[in-house]
Design a protein around this ligand. Structure first.
Ligand SMILES: [Zn+2]
Length: 244
């Protein structure tokens, strides 16, 4: 599944469409597309794993889920779930879920939780974690899009390794300075992920995601589906401490 930085990278590839007129929207998805005709595309934004097409009074989000994809000025053999047509070009989406919203993205979404936004507010997240998520395991909470908007499994696995925290640690037992460091890692690693998208070697550059041994002490990693999220997790039991 694409993670926040992947979507941000897509949005950068689409910037040249900003200011152009969308002549028509199509696709088999059941979202009402009647208002997306002969209208200027005002902006392309992101919110976590959502790509956002901003028009004057409304906007449309596109979420790639597990199997979604996007091609520019090209078509796959299967039907597009959503497509935006311009006079001389088109953007086609496959197996992508779209949603129509009235107003502006900031009316609907809280940018404070978006790991790639300048509005990301580590103090706010820390407070939320300690007040509302304290009984939960950090490995699960990192995948919660309401509090870590844009984090996917690669980011989750890598930042827990960087911060030396075992994913099954309960938030209430993790020292505050460790949580603060983890939040910094989330932002730093997401930026690194985004810049690695240009060369396409996010997975090759990962320290433990998709690997078998810890790069530091060469011990074998524990690789299994962990926590309630049941996502494949890579942990070094020597480096990552379980706070319980
Ligand atoms: Zn290790």
């Amino acid at each position: 599944m694409p993670e926040g930085p992947t979507i941000k990278h897509f949005s950068r590839r689409l910037k040249r469409f900003v200011g152009k007129t969308v002549t028509e929207a199509s696709g088999y998805g059941d979202m009402d597309k009647s208002r997306i005709v002969n209208i200027r595309l005002d902006d392309i934004e992101t919110y976590g794993k959502n790509l956002i097409f901003v028009f004057k009074d409304f906007f449309v989000t596109a979420h790639f889920g597990l199997f979604g994809s996007m091609v520019i000025n090209d078509r796959k053999k299967v039907n597009a779930s959503f497509a935006l047509h311009f006079a001389d070009s088109e953007i086609n989406f496959y197996v992508t879920k779209t949603k129509f919203y009235e107003g502006k993205p900031t009316d609907v979404f809280n940018f404070k939780t978006d790991i790639l936004k300048p509005e990301f507010d580590a103090d706010f997240i820390l407070k939320e974690l300690q007040e509302k998520y304290s009984e939960l395991m950090i490995g699960d909470v990192l995948m919660d899009q309401n509090i870590f908007t844009g984090v996917g499994n690669i980011i989750r696995v890598e930042v827990l390794y960087h911060a030396k925290i075992h994913p099954d640690s309960l938030i209430k037992n993790i020292p505050e300075k460790k949580l603060i460091f983890l939040l910094k890692m989330v932002v730093d690693y997401s930026e690194e992920f985004l810049s690695l998208m240009k060369t396409g070697n996010v997975k090759e550059s990962a320290l433990v995601y998709g690997k078998k041994i810890c790069p530091k002490d060469k011990t074998e990693l524990l690789i299994e589906e962990m926590g309630k999220v049941k996502r494949k997790t890579y942990v070094c039991l020597k480096c990552q401490k379980l706070f319980k």
